[in-house]
Design a protein around this ligand. Structure first.
Ligand code: KG4
Ligand code: ZN
Length: 350
């Protein structure tokens, strides 16, 4: 079985082909960093136009790289939400057109499910597992019980983790996107600023919060006045330590809760763009080790937005006999656990 996947929900245009035996035949990502850099963040209209310009060529290129024709494709999957609606429409319409012309099933995939199931593409991770999903738009802890079966344990009540890194970087005058530039700056720190808050640390409920940390960083900067490179590096490192500590504290508690409800929990999995952070990965790995739990962190290029994860999630659904109608309407909001309360970082924010 071979599935074509398309991703266009944020600022990455992506197309990929994956097989049922977990081979990635092609995995192309055209980032739009240069289109958005002048604005210091993703501009939805700019993103939608860039997807429209690039997506058809990228699909063609993926097909050539995989060395197959559409006759050999079994289904066409595209991100159907959540995300920036203009971009999602471009991807969904492209996938529907290909499906219609070549008489293939179309599958609308929840972008978050793509991140959530990546560990099964890369590591064949068995259900159930605990997922820490940390990206620019999302920050949540979920028990992944099966395809389409997610139990949310906690989510952010304000900013997503990646959003917090992006805002902190902007405050510090570091480059966009913020996560990688904070991590880079932090490496040069001589004396990380340690008196920033660790939001929610020690709290029994499993939610996250990052807006207070951002405010504390701003106050600290005001206190210090003009910043040289050394001061900036120390602040970046301090912010990173605080954010990671908060994420890891929540995760540690979530492992206990998840084990109580799911005794066969197989692993701690981290996914989403912030999973690219090496300090976070190292801390989570030791957290899993302490709990005698497997640890799965997909390779960096499969942590950030990509289409291989969309193709894979589509494949998992397709082999269970599912497909989507051609009148599927893109969903700007689409939480993984529809029963959980609406919180900012849980797929309810466009
Ligand atoms: O999953 P992703 O590619 O896009 C979505 O938000 O869906 O995640 C992008 C986010 C950005 O906020 C970016 O700053 C953050 O992931 N990020 C990082 C790192 N690399 C990317 N955050 C912290 N450390 C990193 N090394
Ligand atoms: Zn994402």
């Amino acid at each position: 079985m071979i599935v074509l996947g398309i991703e266009s929900s944020c600022d990455e245009t992506a197309a990929a082909l994956v097989t049922e035996d977990r081979h990635i035949l092609a995995d192309l990502v055209a980032a739009q960093l240069e289109d958005h850099r002048p604005y210091g963040g993703v501009v939805p209209e700019v993103a939608a136009r860039a997807h429209l310009d690039r997506l058809d060529k990228l699909v063609g290129q993926a097909m050539r790289e995989a060395g197959i024709g559409f006759v050999e494709v079994d289904a066409v999957a595209a991100t159907g939400g959540p995300g920036l609606i203009g971009g999602v429409i471009v991807g969904v319409m492209t996938a529907k057109a290909i499906a219609l012309v070549h008489d293939k099933p179309f599958i609308a995939v929840n972008h978050l499910e793509g991140h959530a199931l990546t560990a099964r593409l890369t590591d064949d991770t068995p259900f159930p597992y605990l997922l820490l999903l940390v990206s620019g738009g999302h920050c949540q802890l979920l028990v992944v019980e099966g395809v389409g079966r997610y139990r949310r344990l906690g989510a952010t009540i304000d900013d997503a983790a990646g959003e917090a890194f992006d805002k902190a970087a902007k405050l510090l005058g570091l480059g966009y996107p913020g996560g990688p530039s904070i991590e880079r700056a932090a490496r040069a720190a001589t004396q990380p600023v340690m008196d920033l808050p660790r939001p929610m640390k020690g709290r029994a409920e499993l939610n996250f919060s990052f807006s207070g940390l951002k405010t504390a960083l701003r106050h600290k900067m005001e206190e210090l006045g003009a910043l040289d490179d050394d001061a900036r590096a120390n602040l970046a490192a301090g912010f990173q330590i605080a954010a990671v500590e908060s994420l890891v504290d929540r995760t540690r508690r979530a492992i206990v809760a998840a084990r109580a409800s799911h005794p066969t929990l197989s692993a701690l999995v981290v996914a989403g763009g912030v999973a690219a952070n090496s300090v976070l990965r190292a801390e989570l790995e030791s957290c899993a080790r302490d709990a005698r739990l497997g640890f799965v962190a997909p390779p960096l290029r499969l942590c950030t937005d990509n289409a291989a994860m969309i193709a894979w999630a589509g494949l998992e659904r397709f082999r269970l006999g599912e497909e989507s109608p051609l009148d599927f309407a893109p969903r700007p909001r689409w939480p993984l656990d529809e029963t959980a309360p609406k919180l900012a970082g849980a797929g309810v924010k466009a």
